[in-house]
Design a binder for this molecule. Structure first.
Ligand SMILES: [Cu+2]
Length: 334
């Protein structure tokens, strides 16, 4: 329901870090503005002195004589060393304060905890989201490319992300929610955010990770707790099996799709590509690249390389019959 509303609202969500909706993003915005003010003032002073000198001393001295040449001045040298050192020291202090506010150690989930814990795995070129626990309840299902989070209106509902990579370095960046956090092979990083404002927050992989890096888009859907709970319950269910689609399901299961994709409740158990159990509950395909419509889904299956060149799903040259069957099947995976 809320996702329909999101689609219907014409408001285009922007990626500006100057419009934060989460405490850590606010700290980063405030720091950026402060640093810009300080460095801006320095710029203005330097330019003003420069312009003054250019105008004041623009004429050459009469007769072409050089003005008096002054070498060295201890007071001036001390001043221009100490003043910048003090400014830099101040910048270090305020930056450290922000770093403190932004970083948290991952807390242990507690029974009375209202937090959501999700493990994010970066893949070339899509996102895997493993829902670990919420409100102290264990979850343990996987979805892809669209991260749903609850909004915490009166009481805080922090979201803790554990970030890992399955291949190369990626970086998780949703500017309105939090600063960038890298996903590094062999390392585990953390980040957190929380927001009281429902909406769609967009982001982008922020560490060059290969040819389709630019299309490794992030979508975070922040929704009221009731909608979020409903979404959670639904996502935890295995895939639907409609009686009249057994043949179509068979067509899907007989292809190599099952080596790379999982559909919970079937024999498809691959983990190389996105989880397809509730594919049609997502608004987009291919990591936010194209709207998830039946036409786009079909075009994707005809040849993913036409849409996302270089992506790690090959074209299979499916005949029309198999293609029809597989699309019919995928369309019921709501
Ligand atoms: Cu990436």
């Amino acid at each position: 329901m809320s996702s329909l509303l999101l689609l219907a609202s014409a408001e285009t969500p922007d990626l500006s870090m100057f419009d934060p909706v989460s405490p850590s993003a606010k700290s980063i915005r405030d720091l950026s503005i402060l640093v810009m003010i300080i460095t801006g003032l320095i710029f203005l002073v330097v330019e003003a002195v420069l312009c003054y000198c250019l105008l004041r001393f623009r004429r050459s001295t009469p007769g072409g004589n050089e003005p008096p040449q002054i070498y060295g001045s201890q007071p001036i040298e001390i001043a221009w060393s100490v003043a910048p050192a003090l400014i830099v020291f101040m910048l270090v202090l305020i930056t450290t304060r922000t770093l403190w506010e932004v970083n948290t150690d991952l807390p242990k989930p507690r029974a009375d905890d209202r937090a959501l814990f999700v493990t994010v795995v970066g893949h070339q070129w899509w996102w895997e989201y493993i829902y670990e626990s919420h409100d102290g309840r264990k979850l343990g299902f996987t979805t892809s490319n669209e991260l749903h989070i609850p909004v915490g209106d009166d009481t805080a509902r922090p979201v803790y992300l554990t970030l890992k990579s399955s291949d190369v370095c990626h970086s998780f960046w949703v500017p309105r929610l939090a600063g960038k956090t890298d996903l590094i092979p062999g390392r585990t990083n953390h980040t957190w955010f929380q927001t009281a404002r429902p909406g769609l927050y967009l982001g982008q992989c922020a560490e060059y990770c290969g040819c389709q890096h630019a299309n490794m888009l992030i979508r975070v859907v922040a929704e009221p707790i009731e909608d979020f709970e409903r979404w959670l319950d639904h996502q935890q269910q295995p895939a639907v099996v409609e009686a009249d689609l057994h043949v179509a399901q068979g067509a899907f299961l007989s292809q190599s799709c099952i080596n790379c994709h999982r559909v919970r409740g079937t024999t498809a158990a691959g983990t190389f590509g996105p989880d397809l159990t509730h594919l049609m509950s997502r608004q987009t395909l291919a990591s936010g690249m194209i709207p998830n419509t039946p036409e786009n889904l079909r075009a994707w299956l005809v040849n993913p390389q036409n849409i996302k060149a270089g992506c790690l799903m090959p074209a299979f040259g499916l005949n029309k019959h198999d293609l029809d069957q597989i699309v019919d099947y995928l369309l019921v995976l709501r």
